[in-house]
Design a protein around this ligand. Structure first.
Ligand SMILES: [Zn+2]
Length: 429
């Protein structure tokens, strides 16, 4: 089943034609309306009309999250604010967050992409879609809602948490589709067992999971416990949230919507493009976004691209499932955190910058974050009481910065490698 068969099954020549036309239009627009792009295009002596082929995009510089943050709040917008109908922020704490705007048409397109995603996952107009993603913190649930309503499915925007109530609703409302992070889905499966609710008594058939990395083992666990077909979805807050790439029933990679995005794979160290099939950092150019277009955005996600035909009939290329990143940014409990965020909180409390390391583990399917801070002159206290108070302040400040509880421990120098600020001990593969 396809949502938009003409586009989803278009031949390569057709896709490239759409890409070239939309890329040309996007470059013209950003050159005219966004000072940052005008400046960097001039620096490499590239005018939008110089574009002859899609490969010419490689002549343009990359854009990073830091660039987006520097242009806080609206400097990257390619339309006047009066045309923006929605604003989201991404939680990266450089000096300022990244602000993402959407026009009416952007929201329409997001809905179309999510309708394709949901249809590929098996959702139709008779389905009941329970969205157990946190509304507000991440953009994902808004897109799922727009897409599901476009299909004509019934939406339950319940957000995450309150698992007992979720199971009751899942049973009583005859939910057929669960959209959540894999962590929440596993929590629901455990709650069902506690409540003695058998998956056979539910109407569930589809599970769409994303927002954090999850393994094939987790897929097996979820499919067994919830009696669903579990598919992965991929997106970025800076672009849409979900609706960038998604799995079809073949589960052999995630189809990128190539009529909206041009993907590239680069070596994250040399920044050179890599040959097809190689693993590297995913770079995306948006070619249909109006308010917040991104030219060669470095996602930080490591994957490979497969252009071979897929048995589902969709012709758009596939990226492999994403488990790793090229930078130190990590996804914990469905939200993205950069070590800088924690470093800034530590600096605020310490008045200096001691070495620290984030240790991420997964216990009973729930992500845990421990922040280890090295004892140094900055934070050495003779009195236990003072030391305890210091750790309490660190705990409070970091927990507040991230929006959830973390553990903090002061450790002797040499306990960890200070060059390595993130130690991710979760097992995804
Ligand atoms: Zn497919």
């Amino acid at each position: 089943m396809y949502w938009d068969e003409r586009i989803e099954c278009m031949d390569r020549e057709g896709i490239e034609q759409v890409q070239l036309e939309n890329l040309q239009a996007t470059l013209n627009r950003v050159y005219k309306n966004v000072r940052h792009y005008r400046k960097v295009f001039r620096e490499v002596d590239f005018m939008p009309e110089d574009l002859q082929s899609i490969e010419d995009i490689r002549k343009l510089p990359f854009i990073t999250r830091r660039d987006l943050s520097r242009n806080y709040p609206y400097e990257m917008f390619a339309v006047p604010l009066r045309e923006v109908v929605r604003l989201h922020t991404a939680s990266f704490n450089f000096d300022d967050p990244v602000v993402i705007g959407f026009t009416k048409n952007d929201i329409h397109n997001w809905g179309e992409l999510m309708a394709r995603n949901l249809t590929a996952a098996g959702v139709g107009k008779d389905d009941v879609v329970q969205i157990a993603l946190t509304f507000g913190i991440i953009t994902g649930p808004f897109g799922v809602q727009v897409g599901a309503e476009k299909i004509g499915a019934s939406v339950i925007p319940i957000s995450s948490g309150r698992l007992y109530q979720q199971v009751k609703i899942m049973r009583d409302f005859r939910t057929t589709t669960l959209v959540s992070t894999p962590t929440v889905a596993l929590g629901l499966a455990r709650t069902m067992a506690e409540m003695d609710v058998d998956a056979n008594s539910l109407a569930l058939k589809c599970g769409i999971f994303g927002s954090e990395p999850w393994s094939e083992d987790t897929r097996d666990d979820l499919e067994t416990a919830l009696h669903v077909t579990a598919t992965d979805t991929y997106g970025l807050t800076e672009i849409f949230g979900p609706g960038v790439a998604w799995e079809c029933p073949e589960k052999g990679g995630l189809h990128i919507a190539e009529d909206h995005f041009i993907p590239e794979i680069i070596d994250p160290d040399t920044l050179e493009p890599l040959p097809p099939g190689s693993e590297g950092e995913l770079v995306l150019t948006t070619i249909a976004k109006e308010a917040f277009p991104l030219i060669r955005f470095r996602t930080g996600d490591l994957t490979r691209i497969d252009y071979s035909p897929c048995a589902c009939g969709r012709t758009h290329c596939r990226i492999s499932r994403i488990f790793k990143r090229s930078d130190e940014v990590v996804v914990v409990k469905g939200t993205t955190i950069a070590p800088e965020q924690v470093g800034q909180a530590i600096a605020r409390v310490s008045g200096g910058q001691p070495n620290f390391q984030l240790v991420i583990t997964r216990e009973a399917d729930v992500d845990q974050l421990l922040v280890m801070v090295e004892i140094s002159d900055i934070n050495f206290f003779d009195e236990m009481k003072k030391q305890r108070r210091f750790v309490e302040r660190l705990h409070r400040d970091i927990s507040e910065t991230l929006g959830w509880e973390v553990a903090v421990r002061l450790v002797e120098p040499g306990t960890f490698d200070p060059q390595k600020r993130v130690r991710d001990e979760r097992d995804f593969i």
